[in-house]
Ligand binder design. Structure first.
Ligand code: G3P
Ligand code: MG
Length: 250
């Protein structure tokens, strides 16, 4: 499986939402756990609090992953920072906070863990989230190599990120691959396509590589699929199964 893939200077096996299924998603505990299991790359989701602070959070609302309620975009950072983002997952994670983007960056840098930062705007905040995440990431990862990779399902967010911090690499996230994928990658100046494994095949991997771009696939949770994907030449895969699909896989 040691095919050189010069388009991809990043880790090949990436922990989804920090710690996959082994820790509460998008927390520092999750990133620490991934690091302790030998992962050198994590994916996490970033959105803005009501007062514009980037924090790690997947959903638009607080209910599923914290003891708070309501929209993230309606709560201040001070309110969100007091919430418990760990107990829903397990008592041993009780009191785990919603991390600021800055805290996640500090941990990643200190631990030597690369980040795929998914820009996950609340509805209607696509541009401001893309801009804020790109501006903050540029400062937080100054001098880091390789730089983090910004990805998003939102073309508006990627556009804003490109204007704000053109030097930070970007990837377009899709579920199904749209027919105009190459035009979109060109327009948004993306270095990679991030695509659901359910809609990927070997021909598409080749086409993306022929276009000079990398391919990451998500969320690959069984070993057989992971091996198929790597066979096809996929550059990286994002997984929840940190104990089964380990960095040793690639
Ligand atoms: O970035 C890959 C993956 O995280 C996208 O889906 O919903 O888990 O953020 P989601
Ligand atoms: Mg994500």
């Amino acid at each position: 499986m040691n095919v050189p893939r010069p388009l991809w200077p990043y880790p090949r096996i990436v922990a989804h939402r920090g710690g996959g299924l082994l820790a509460p998603e998008n927390t520092l505990a999750a990133i620490r756990l991934a690091r302790n299991l030998g992962f050198t790359g994590v994916e996490f989701d970033v959105k803005l609090t009501g007062d514009g602070v980037p924090v790690l959070m997947h959903d638009d609302t607080l209910e599923r992953t914290t003891d708070g309620s309501g929209a993230v975009a309606d709560a201040s950072y001070q309110e969100i920072a007091k919430l418990d983002a760990g107990s829903w997952f397990g008592n041993e994670f009780g009191g785990e906070p919603v991390p600021s983007f800055a805290a996640a960056s500090a941990l990643c840098r200190e631990a030597g863990v690369w980040a795929n930062i998914e820009i996950k705007p609340s509805p209607g905040q696509e541009r401001e989230t893309g801009e804020a995440v790109a501006r903050t990431a540029k400062l937080l990862w100054t001098g880091s190599h390789p730089l983090p990779l910004l990805s998003s399902f939102s073309a508006l967010a990627l556009e804003a990120a490109a204007v704000e911090s053109p030097e930070l690499p970007r990837a377009l996230l899709v579920v199904e691959v749209p027919p105009n994928w190459l035009a979109q990658l060109d327009r948004l100046q993306c270095v990679a396509l991030h695509v659901s494994h359910r809609y990927l095949d070997a021909a598409l991997v080749k086409a993306v590589h022929d276009a000079g771009r990398g391919v990451l696939t998500y969320t690959v949770n069984d070993s057989e699929t992971a091996l198929d994907m790597l066979e096809w030449g996929v550059d990286a895969l994002v997984t929840d199964q940190l104990d089964a699909i380990t960095p040793a896989f690639a």
